[in-house]
Ligand binder design. Structure first.
Ligand code: SAH
Ligand code: SF4
Ligand code: F3S
Length: 483
């Protein structure tokens, strides 16, 4: 049990956000100072991100609050406050979290003041919370995706109540602006433009754990990006589950293409990326804006999901293979150098060998620049869970491997064609495992391999350089700074 002297709350607790959270940040800071004095050292925190880019952006918001209240970040999970920001899109995501919780409890035995928190998409599943209540009593705080803006308030409850605090909401319409954020990279940043998803693809858990689609107001997005740019950011990634439906539900509707044009005007911003585009909503207006833009990267993540129109229908994707192919054709005609990346689910219920062959043929023919290949995962509560014709795991894995080989072959051809060429790269980071710097061209996807490795200098991080491609290693390009 933590020994804490309860601090008297003086004055009214503000009702309005974000003022209310700033009030709780102040209180949390007093608790952190109190414990830190007793220990004679600063308190540390560690945030572990399990999910997608949106999950990663949420982690930056958690870090912002933890730093504001006086915690110091550490690389290790042997910290005073550890939070797991979880994902539940595929089944192995959940098992990873349970496995690692056991290991965290070991640290807590050594440090009785340690606090363990869990948040993110997995917490929106009632059976998960039930399991935590039953078998993981050492967890101090559990909250979901809809009330992450209340983190400071929940933190104070944790200090004061000294028992497992659980706060899960079913949904929210609220978008709270202006809370602190601590970026992982100084020169690039994700920017949420919308939250939630209304598409209900039949395999997908996201609409259930992230709630209904809500767009941020364009002026709030622009203001955030302007501030980021003033703080050294040169590349932004606009984030939404389906950015092509951005703005439809605003009081004054705005299209995604219109938003992009506004973002383009921000001086000092060099690169604009966005993710994810749903093929059913990609407009001609967007193609035109991308084509005429000097800042939007020539990269489009356009998940296909299946090469069979029958399966796509079962997936509730609202397009067929022909529509997708025609769309790709149209986009390539407008921007021949555009790199298209995609996601594919292999082994969806009822997927026949013939359906799978269509997918292999598609991949060979269209040579997407990058493919995320996922074995279908049966997510409890989604419609496809109940479909007949679930595919055995061994068949799924066989198909994943077969498709993986075709894909690697495409990437090799693409990479071989780049050897000897000079490309503009944004220097991003040091890859300590490889002992080389890593960067990205405008064509590279932001979160999967697709990197350019080269020799460099720490001082170059966050700057653009020309890199001559000298070779490649599987998916990755190898190069050196051009003279
Ligand atoms: N909003 C994005 C996808 C977000 S989830 C879109 O519509 O494209 C990221 C990827 O995870 C999806 O593109 C899909 O390929 C994969 N995925 C989602 N649910 C899955 C499931 N149940 N099994 C396997 N892969 C899944
Ligand atoms: Fe999931 Fe489909 Fe929404 Fe993407 S668009 S998050 S795949 S339901
Ligand atoms: Fe995972 Fe939630 Fe993202 S389920 S993929 S972290 S939206």
């Amino acid at each position: 049990m933590r020994e804490i002297e309860k601090i008297n709350h003086t004055g009214e607790v503000p009702v309005m956000e974000p003022q209310r959270q700033f009030y709780f940040m102040d209180l949390a800071k007093q608790y952190v100072t109190q414990i830190s004095r007793k220990k004679g050292r600063p308190l540390t925190f560690h945030v572990t991100t399990f999910g997608c880019q949106m999950n990663a952006r949420d982690s930056e918001k958690l870090c912002g609050i933890l730093e504001t209240v006086g915690f110091e970040e550490t690389d290790s999970e042997e910290a005073d406050f550890v939070i797991y920001n979880t994902c539940t899109v595929r089944e192995n995501a959940n098992n990873k979290v349970y496995g690692r919780l056991g290991y965290l409890s070991g640290f807590k035995k050594k440090n009785k003041d340690m606090m363990i928190a869990l948040c993110g998409c997995m917490m929106q599943e009632p059976e998960v919370v039930e399991k935590l209540k039953q078998s993981y009593r050492f967890v101090d705080l559990v909250f979901g995706t809809h009330n992450i803006f209340k983190f400071a308030e929940l933190l104070v409850r944790c200090f004061e109540e000294q028992k497992m605090v659980i706060d899960i909401w079913d949904d929210t319409k609220e978008i709270v602006e202006e809370l602190p954020v601590e970026r992982k990279y100084s020169f690039k940043s994700g920017v949420n433009i919308m939250f939630g998803c209304n598409n209900f693809c039949s395999y997908c858990i996201v609409p259930y754990v992230r709630g209904r689609e809500r767009s941020r107001k364009p002026q709030d997005i622009i203001r955030e990006i302007e501030k980021l740019v003033a703080d050294g950011v040169v590349e932004v990634m606009l984030l939404g589950q389906n950015v092509n439906s951005y703005g439809k539900n605003l009081d004054t509707p705005v299209t995604f293409a219109q938003l992009l044009q506004e973002v383009e005007k921000i001086e000092g911003l060099e690169r604009i990326r966005f993710m994810t585009s749903h093929p059913k909503d990609l407009s001609d207006e967007l193609i035109e804006v991308m084509k005429n833009s000097k800042k939007i990267c020539r990269h489009l993540h356009l998940p296909l999901q299946s090469g069979s129109s029958r399966v796509l229908k079962e997936m509730n994707r609202h397009y067929d293979k022909e529509h997708y192919l025609a769309l790709v054709e149209k986009i390539k005609k407008a921007m021949p150098d555009l790199a298209i990346t995609t996601d594919i689910i292999v082994g969806f219920p009822g997927e026949t060998e013939e359906d799978f062959k269509l997918l292999c043929d598609f991949t060979k023919e269209y040579k997407p620049a990058r493919v995320g290949i996922f074995a279908y995962s049966k997510e409890e509560g989604t419609p496809s869970c109940k479909l007949k014709g679930q595919i055995p795991k061994s068949v799924k894995l066989k198909r994943v491997n077969a498709l993986g080989k075709i894909y690697l072959d495409c990437v090799r051809q693409r990479n071989a064609a780049l050897v000897g060429k000079t490309v503009e790269v944004l220097y991003e980071d040091m890859d300590y495992d490889r002992g080389r710097f890593v960067g990205r061209t405008q064509y590279d996807a932001p979160d999967i391999d697709a990197n350019v490795y080269f020799t460099g200098d720490f001082a170059d991080v966050g700057n653009f350089y020309n890199v001559k491609i000298t070779g490649f290693d599987g998916y990755d390009l190898i190069g050196e700074k051009a003279k």
